[in-house]
Design a protein around this ligand. Structure first.
Ligand SMILES: [Fe+2]
Length: 410
């Protein structure tokens, strides 16, 4: 049969996005739309202790609110199951996720599993899970990010750790996109410099990988609409969001790290994270995320730091397949590429990312995360299985390439 290319792109995001200082104060009004007698707030102990949960739930009827605050970083299946049980106990009409990507992920999956029943692993892809599609919308979900990084507030994906098997698995469904995202830069002010830096570099990587990922029409057409992946390639619309994100993060991250109370810097980071999230959850990611997911599962390396330390070498590897795109990235990060050859301009982008990362305190390579030369083959092997992330990468990549990129990133 003749090759039939994809000819359309799809674009989805949260049904409503409310952005800006004070957006969190509108939670009560947003929740009111759903006429819920019971509201489950999903968060973690740190966010709880920082007083953020009290602040945001101030606008809700206290008798209707139950708080589940046992989310941990890289939440394991146990955490997802505990949240599901908490939901079963109160049968919420709305679920509110407050925190970083972990809390929002647990909120989103709790929403669909509470609505449709079954085990959490039923909805994970085989061979680990049952591969069942989420059949329809879940309990209405509202997300309030307290970091500027993951983009989980609009994404269809959640990540579940299976620590006994050194594995991270995911559930991806359009029904996991939150109904509303309240993105309030004020909620990120108390985030310390380290997490501000690592989550910000993660967001920058989301934007860059979305910007260089394969275009929607550079792949075969799916059999049907339902076979089209959530990450369906870059389009003119995802480009707009990715460009805004790169510019915003490049202009805001240093100041957000060095002065957490600088609201203009926090606003740029929240906007950058949001727009990067909107871009990558439609366009897709690439090799940096495949390596970071593999290293994270095997060596429990922190996601954002792993990303920051790997991204420059991935950019250098990919440059020859997307010179013009990387030249744009350099410009968006404030580099003057006039008079440069396309090779030099692409290298300027990788160097700019490296400099930004070092300026916010992330440098020294993956060896600082206890990944050694002996680990390279194993991490590369695991990364090469993450086809969902690799298919969009602008340059074809095999096991040897992955090993080379990781070695250079050590
Ligand atoms: Fe990421």
């Amino acid at each position: 049969m003749a090759y039939e290319p994809e000819s359309v792109w799809e674009f989805s995001t949260a049904r409503n996005v409310t952005f800006g200082l004070g957006a969190a104060d509108e939670l009560g009004d947003v929740v009111e739309e759903y006429d819920a007698e019971s509201i489950l707030v999903v968060t973690d102990a740190g966010v709880m202790e920082a007083g953020v949960v009290d602040d945001v739930t101030d606008t809700l009827d206290p008798d209707s609110v139950t708080v589940f605050h046992d989310v941990e970083p890289d939440p394991s299946l146990d955490v997802f199951e505990a949240a599901r049980d908490a939901a079963a106990a109160v049968d919420p009409g709305v679920i509110v996720g407050v925190g970083g990507g972990s809390s929002m992920d647990v909120a989103k999956t709790t929403s669909v599993v509470h609505e449709h029943g079954g085990d959490i692993l039923d909805y994970v892809a085989p061979p680990t899970g049952g591969g069942q599609a989420v059949p329809g919308p879940g309990v209405p979900t509202v997300c309030l990010p307290t970091t500027a990084g993951t983009g989980s507030e609009t994404s269809p994906v959640t990540v579940i750790s299976l620590p006994d098997e050194d594995l991270k698995v995911g559930i991806s469904s359009r029904h996991q996109r939150p109904d509303a995202a309240l993105v309030d830069p004020g909620l990120t002010v108390s985030l310390p410099p380290g997490p501000t830096a690592s989550s910000g570099m993660d967001a920058l990587c989301h934007a860059i990988e979305a910007y260089v990922t394969r275009r929607y029409d550079a792949k075969p057409a799916p059999e049907s609409r339902s076979d089209r992946p959530d990450y369906n390639g870059r389009s003119p619309v995802t480009d707009l969001f990715a460009e805004k994100a790169i510019e915003s993060i490049g202009g805001g991250l240093r100041n957000a790290v060095n002065n957490g109370e600088n609201l203009e810097a926090r606003r740029k980071m929240s906007l950058g994270s949001l727009t990067a999230g909107i871009a990558f959850t439609n366009a897709g990611l690439g090799v940096t995320h495949a390596i970071a997911m593999a290293a994270g599962a095997i060596h429990h390396t922190p996601h954002g730091v792993t990303i920051a330390l790997t991204l420059p070498e991935v950019m250098r590897f990919n440059a020859s397949s997307a010179f013009d795109r990387y030249a744009d990235v350099a410009e968006l990060l404030g580099e003057d590429t006039s008079g440069m050859s396309r090779v030099e301009a692409a290298e300027a982008a990788a160097t700019a990312v490296e400099r930004l990362s070092a300026d916010v305190g992330i440098e020294g390579g993956l060896s600082t995360l206890d990944v050694s030369e002996d680990d390279v083959e194993h991490v590369a092997e695991r990364a090469s299985t993450l086809q969902r992330l690799l298919t969009g990468n602008p340059r074809r990549v095999d096991q040897d390439d992955l090993e080379e990129i990781i070695l250079r990133s050590l």
